[in-house]
Structure formats: structure tokens, C-alpha cells
Design a protein. Structure first.
Length: 339
């Protein structure tokens, strides 16, 4: 940074370009003023002493508590906290069996769905599902902050799932047939349109397994964890898309969500998907094998669509089959403790 400051611009080849001219008129480059390893070692040796570290760390590790009440090693979770709450990753939807049977679409989505569509990090509005929840918890509006600041409270963060007002869920349409913009969903089989969070709550109460149908480049953007956590806690068991962003695909597997990829030339439009269908996934899950997505239309018609299983390695298969990365870690820990 100092070299760029001397040069006066970042549009500068720091290895080759001239930094300046010395008093003798010679060109000066970074290599001319960069200290040698020996010079750096000499400065460190002269300035950094072992006593400096002993002074800080010896007292830290010599602390002994000889009196007072016994302190629990477990964190005292506060039941009314809206910032940090005991995680639910060992219970509820994550503790149940993933059947990959009878799934209903939570959303049918276009290309280029980003993690900000899946889990926005912007300010929480009072009219949003999360804002209404925080108000019920007694939090004043000026303290709502953003979804990102409440990511340690799953009850707030869950309400951010598909809460982006710029979302286009193709299951929700205007009278002219165009897709209606907003954080909206259509609950089936009733066909009732409601806010996304209310739809998720409805399906959670029914213990209805869900699927998301999407276009290309699903999950692009920043690799925010709640983009995968939110859909899994909602009961989503699989994502069928034309393609996945690399990191988000990995995060989905880490939460126990199965990524399925349409074959080239096949997509939600060629299949005539409208969200009234139910879905099953059939086949043995091995790395990048072909699985069958069985689509049952409302009129009883059945389509069998070959899909690529986007569990790309044996390790990813093992993580998915365990239920997610936390469950896999727990299995490894228990096996090691019994060995």
C-alpha cells in the first residue's frame, strides 16, 4: 500500500514500474527499496522479545478459580434473545427423515437467482415477516437493524428466506399472466397466494416436504450461509435447477439439501411446470449419477425426467447421507470416541 501511495496510483505494475527518481537521477523500483530477509530478521530480533509474550500469556494461563459458585461450561441461552438463540440443527425438519417423496414446489424460479434473493441481508422493514416477529418480541423498530445482524437467531433469519421484494416466483402471476414481483408463494393444493413466510409456516405445520425448481446459475453471489439454512429449515429437500453456483451447491449439501441438475435442453419451461405438481426422486445417490425426477401433474399424468445428481464426490455423498456437515461431524466424533 505504501508503494502504491508513493506511485500515486493503483494502476501501477508494482514489480516493474518506476516508483520515482533518486537524487542522482536513477530510476527507483520497489525491489531497490524492499528490505532483505536478513534486514527484516534483524529488526524483529531487536524489537520483539520473548518477555513481551510471557508478560501477556503467562498470567492468562495461570488463572485459578479457588472459590465461588461452580460455573456451567454450557452457554446460558436466553429464550427472548433476537440475536443469538440455540440453533435448531438437531431437531425439527433437520431431525426428520428426508423421503424425497411427495414434494411440492415452494417456488418455481427463473435464471440467475442470487443468494440475496434466497436470504437478503438488508434492513428489516416493520411490514416484513421478520419485522412483525421482532415487534412481537418487544424490540423497538429503531433496533431492528438488518437480517445480517440477526443471523444468530434462526427465528428471525428464517423469516428472511425468499423475503427479497424483487423475487419473481413463477407460481404467482398477475391477471394478464405475467409473473408478480414480491416475496410471494402459492400454497398447493389449494392454490392460495400468500406471503412467502406464511406459505413456509403452512407447509411446516403440515410437515410437507418441499422442492425448489429453478433455472441456470442458481445461488450465485455472496456465499451467505442462510441461503442454504433457510430453505432447509423450511422443509426443502431438493433443488432442481439448470445449474448451480459452486459455493452455494456445496452449502446446500452441507445442510442436507439434494442438488439436482436438468440435462441440457430440459428445463421448467420445456416440461410445462406450473407448481401444481408433486415430485419424487428415485435412484441410488452416487457421485454425478443419473437420478429420476418423477413429476406427477394434477391431472394424474406422470413424467420421468433424468437428472444429474450434483453430489460430485464420495465425500459429498457421505455428508448428504448423514443429513449435513454437522451430522457428519457428530458421526465421526462418536465413532472416534468409541474406537
Amino acid at each position: 500500500m505504501i508503494a502504491y501511495a508513493i506511485a500515486g496510483t493503483v494502476r501501477f505494475d508494482i514489480e516493474k514500474d518506476v516508483l520515482g527518481i533518486d537524487t542522482a537521477g536513477n530510476e527507483v523500483r520497489l525491489k531497490d527499496i524492499w528490505p532483505t530477509d536478513a534486514e527484516i530478521d534483524a529488526v524483529v530480533k531487536a524489537a520483539v522479545k520473548p518477555e513481551q509474550f510471557r508478560k501477556v500469556y503467562n498470567p492468562m494461563f495461570n488463572v485459578r478459580v479457588e472459590h465461588g459458585e461452580k460455573v456451567s461450561p454450557l452457554y446460558a441461552w436466553r429464550p427472548r434473545s433476537t440475536y443469538i438463540r440455540r440453533p435448531p440443527y438437531w431437531e425439527g425438519a433437520l431431525a426428520g427423515e428426508r423421503t424425497l417423496r411427495g414434494m411440492r414446489p415452494l417456488a418455481v424460479l427463473p435464471d440467475n437467482i442470487t443468494t440475496d434473493h434466497l436470504s437478503p441481508s438488508n434492513a428489516i422493514l416493520p411490514s416484513s415477516a421478520a419485522g412483525e416477529y421482532l415487534a412481537r418480541m418487544g424490540l423497538p423498530e429503531e433496533d431492528f437493524n438488518s437480517y445480517a445482524t440477526h443471523r444468530g437467531d434462526h427465528l428471525t433469519a428464517q423469516r428472511a428466506t425468499f423475503a427479497n421484494p424483487k423475487l419473481f416466483n413463477e407460481m404467482v402471476r398477475n391477471e394478464d399472466g405475467s409473473v408478480k414481483q414480491g416475496s410471494l408463494a402459492r400454497v398447493e393444493p389449494e392454490g392460495k397466494v400468500m406471503r412467502m413466510w406464511e406459505a413456509i409456516e403452512t407447509y411446516m405445520e403440515r410437515k410437507q416436504p418441499l422442492i425448489i425448481i429453478a433455472g441456470a446459475d442458481y445461488g450465485q453471489g455472496s456465499s451467505r450461509d442462510w441461503a442454504a439454512k433457510g430453505v432447509r429449515l423450511a422443509g426443502v429437500e431438493a433443488i432442481a435447477a439448470e445449474g448451480f453456483e459452486r459455493i452455494h451447491r456445496t452449502n446446500l449439501i452441507g445442510m442436507g439439501v439434494l442438488p439436482l441438475e436438468f440435462k441440457p435442453g430440459t428445463n421448467r419451461n420445456t416440461l410445462g411446470i406450473d407448481g401444481t405438481e408433486t415430485y419424487d426422486v428415485i435412484g441410488l445417490r452416487t457421485p454425478r449419477t443419473d437420478l429420476t425426477l418423477v413429476i406427477t401433474r394434477r391431472n394424474g399424468e406422470v413424467l420421468k425426467v433424468p437428472m444429474t445428481c450434483r453430489l460430485d464426490s464420495d465425500e459429498e455423498v457421505a455428508i448428504y447421507e448423514a443429513g449435513g456437515v454437522l451430522q457428519r461431524f457428530a458421526q465421526d466424533f462418536l465413532e472416534a470416541s468409541h474406537a
